[in-house]
Write a protein that binds this ligand. Structure first.
Ligand code: XUL
Ligand code: CO
Length: 435
């Protein structure tokens, strides 16, 4: 049975195509800077937004039309697997990501939940073997269930901590079973509401402890995916410990986790933290910790985690530039952690939204490749820092100077030739690369 009988395999048809189920910019086989677009972009579809989201919001009921409804939660879960792989195939996307709770009903006990997970991952594995699709990452949802109200790794309740550990253990087992490339920790409730009753140091130490147990377990079972932490400043916690890339790197370094952990950065989480996405990517690159990305965009007028599909080519250009400078994103990828708007409630919108996101990233990649080939940013930066090529600059960089020697120099040379950055001109030149 097909869930999208009216849509054929989506293909690249070029910018003049009027077929809405065609790529107009994403041409998987096109070579850009020596690699196919497909190899650069490593797209993934997110199970949660695509398969489980019903379109409801705090003010409105479920609205999405989804043809995988059935009599029991397990029957729904099984139908979703079929529909999901049809989506991956129709979009020609190679990778996917999921939380444990997205794929299987939680039932009445942890035991029942894990049995359901086993059954569904058997099905997923069969589909993977048939289609060649791959698991980019999976994760344990440790924020939805009522027992995680006060956190998982950061909980005040040792029994809840044990449940979190059980879910992570299962998550790593799933990663091994499905040959996952990465394993993600996103701590939605790893944060606090009020310092009046919170021991922040205690909670952070416990999170680090859970991460160390995870590394130890992966080593024990002989399967170690790249571990990733996904920062977010707030929502649902008021103060989330993994606020942004820099805060998370401080945590990773404090607890000596840098050999096993990198970052999974999300565009809308960056904007929630008051940063651009390229800022977050650049911070991760400074620490050599850019692992994978969650592609979406927020709405600056709304200011919450709207998880929209990316359609802004300015942003995807600067994002792809960071990824190119990173030497690519593998073994990570570009996961569409994005949901259709409430008004896009038809089944086919799931495909149209991904096509829009993929085309927007393809345009970003092409523009970023042009910027890189022309040495656009390198040239600007070389000019801007050129004073460090002078005798004085070279000597500073060679660590040959001290406050004494520099003060002596400054006393004799205190009239400086400042140069304008011409930033408006630079931005207008950058615009030429976008279209
Ligand atoms: C929430 C979010 C999560 C993570 C995985 O904002 O981004 O879906 O990507 O738990
Ligand atoms: Co995310």
């Amino acid at each position: 049975m097909s869930f999208f009988p009216n849509v054929k395999q989506v293909q690249y048809e070029g910018v003049n195509s009027k077929n809405k189920y065609a790529f107009r910019h994403y041409n998987p086989d096109e070579i850009i800077l020596g690699k196919t677009m497909k190899a650069h972009l490593r797209f993934a579809v997110a199970y949660w937004h695509t398969m489980t989201q019903d379109g409801s919001d705090p003010f409105g009921d479920a609205i999405n039309i989804r043809d995988w409804q059935a009599d029991s939660p397990m029957e729904v879960a099984k139908k979703r697997v079929d529909a999901f792989f049809e989506i991956l195939e129709k979009l020609d996307v190679d990778y996917f990501c999921f939380h444990d709770v997205d794929i299987a009903p939680q039932g009445d006990s942890l035991e029942e939940f894990f049995q359901n997970v086993d059954t569904i991952t058997d099905l997923i594995k069969e589909k993977m073997d048939q289609t060649g699709k791959k698991l980019l990452w999976n994760t344990a949802n440790m924020f939805s269930h009522p027992h995680f109200t006060n956190g998982a790794g950061s909980t005040n309740n040792a029994e809840v901590y044990a449940i979190a550990a059980a879910q992570v253990k299962k998550g790593i087992d799933i990663s091994k079973k499905l040959n996952g490339a990465n394993y993600v920790f996103w701590g939605g409730r790893e944060g606090y509401e009020s310092l009046l009753n919170t021991d922040m140091k205690f909670e952070q130490e416990n999170i680090a402890r859970l991460f160390k147990m995870s590394v130890a377990y992966a080593e024990k079972i002989g399967y170690k995916p790249q571990f990733l932490i996904e920062p977010k400043p707030k929502e649902p916690s008021k103060h989330q410990y993994d606020f942004d890339a820099a805060t998370t790197m401080a945590f990773i370094q404090k607890y000596h986790l840098e050999n096993d952990f990198k970052l999974n950065l999300e565009a809308n989480h960056a904007t929630l933290a008051g940063h651009t996405f390229e800022h977050e990517l650049n911070v991760a690159r400074v620490y050599e910790a850019l692992g994978s990305i969650d592609a979406n965009q927020g709405d600056l007028l709304l200011g919450w985690d709207t998880d929209e599909f990316p359609t802004n080519i300015y942003d995807t250009t600067l994002t792809m530039y960071e990824l190119l400078e990173n030497g690519g994103i593998a073994p990570g990828g570009i996961n569409f952690d994005a949901k259709v708007r409430r008004s896009s409630f038809e089944m086919e919108d799931l495909l149209l939204a991904h096509i829009a996101g993929m085309d927007t990233y393809a345009r970003g990649l092409k523009a970023a490749a042009r910027l890189k080939s022309d040495g656009f940013f390198n040239q600007l930066k070389a000019e801007r820092y050129q004073s460090f090529k002078s005798d004085l600059g070279k000597s500073i960089l060679a660590d040959k100077e001290s406050l004494d020697s520099l003060a002596e120099y400054a006393m004799k040379h205190d009239t400086v030739n400042l140069e304008s950055g011409h930033l408006e001109y630079v931005k207008s030149l950058l615009n030429d690369y976008l279209v």
